[in-house]
Design a protein around this ligand. Sequence first.
Ligand SMILES: *Cc1c(COP(=O)(O)O)cnc(C)c1O
Length: 464
Amino acid sequence: MLYVSTRGHADRKHFSEILLEGLAPDGGLYLPESYPKVDAATLAKWRPLSYPQLAFEVLSLYIDDIPAADLKRICEKTYTPAVFGTKEIVPLKKLEEGVYLEALSNGPTLAFKDMAMQLLGNLFEYELARRGEELNILGATSGDTGSAAEYAMKGKKGVRVFMTSPNGRMSPFQQAQMFSLQDANIHNLAIEGVFDDCQDIVKAVSNDLAFKRKYRIGTVNSINWARLVAQVVYYFAGYFQATKANGERVSFAVPSGNFGNICAGHVARMMGLPIDKLVLATNENDVLDEFFRTGVYRVRGSADTHETSSPSMDISKASNFERFVFDLVGRDGAKVKKLFAEDLPAKGQFELARDAKFGFVSGKSTHADRLATIRDTYERFGIMIDTHTADGLKVARQYVQPGIPMVVLETALPIKFAATIVEALGREPERPAKFEGIEKLPRRVTVLPADAKTVQEYIAAHCA
Ligand SMILES: *Cc1c(COP(=O)(O)O)cnc(C)c1O
């Protein structure tokens, strides 16, 4: 299996070569040269497998440069009941007839990003040991990504994490999750500024090529292919739980920001998983809903990017969307390059044929919708859902069809977004026992000014 750039670069690379890389040399994103096809016999063979076994089967189709026995061990070590809470790893919960939640947020940081990041931590440790190299991960977070990365990399050999976040702006629970980590290879840098300042610092440091090479700076952002392929597994697992036989079809509803999660659903369907609809849900930041309604992809400026109560979907552009567009335009790298490297910078938008959608539908959910959906779900089913999952469920209900199970991906637990739960229900969300009292634990965090030089000095001083 070789990987190509969405912008048509001539290079072909193996999985382990792109694992530690970000963008392709031409600024494109990596995708497999073709999608391996899964036929009915294979689906039948996979149906009874445990989650780690299923993960091994799916990943084996995309990774041909890690010995099978090693990959198997990595999958078994990653997806355990001790880390993810149940032996199913991603159990389904039934709501009304035909509508299910797939629980993806029972990992260490209570958001679905753990599903991929926990695997990435083990893959990084394996690959760095094999090469005899080290990596310093520099990132920016407004909450979920940073904590998932830290819990995946903590204590891993050969890896350090330097995670910037806007000082005082994450939810108290998110701050406590990150800052209470005591591992020596994890560095929390609270930047005196907003999230954009953190992103600018990461960009500036990454653009300093001499520094980047000397200190082996890398990232774990959502365009990493290994993260995406790890997410493909739970679409198969959700399908098997929602059906009895492989002739049946299932729809998935996905609360979306950077188009990473739902892009994995697209890949699963391209492989042959019988998915009926992929339902994309946005919050007030409706870049993607607009595209699927009109065919126009129009990125927003920061003034048009709203702070909402489902903050992990507050995006101005969707960084994984280019992968989907590559398939949409028939894998024409020159065309993708023109759209993303010329049209978008020049005009802030481009338009594609409105009918070419690969079976995607979409909708938008607002703060009032979230409150109503959280309240309704709690009153009718006694289940508390988080704000992002509420966006997914609200839009899913517009597309439910008799005879086709609708699986809504639960992307976080409500405890992470307590203020909105209190607003909706008048009570505090449930807190898993292992997070009792984390706000009172000692904190490891360094406050720094919004200045790339100072961050570079900090990294240099802590890389010994
Ligand atoms: C990251 C995140 C999302 C958005 O996922 P994408 O892959 O960026 O589309 C949705 N919900 C939660 C809770 C998240 O953390």
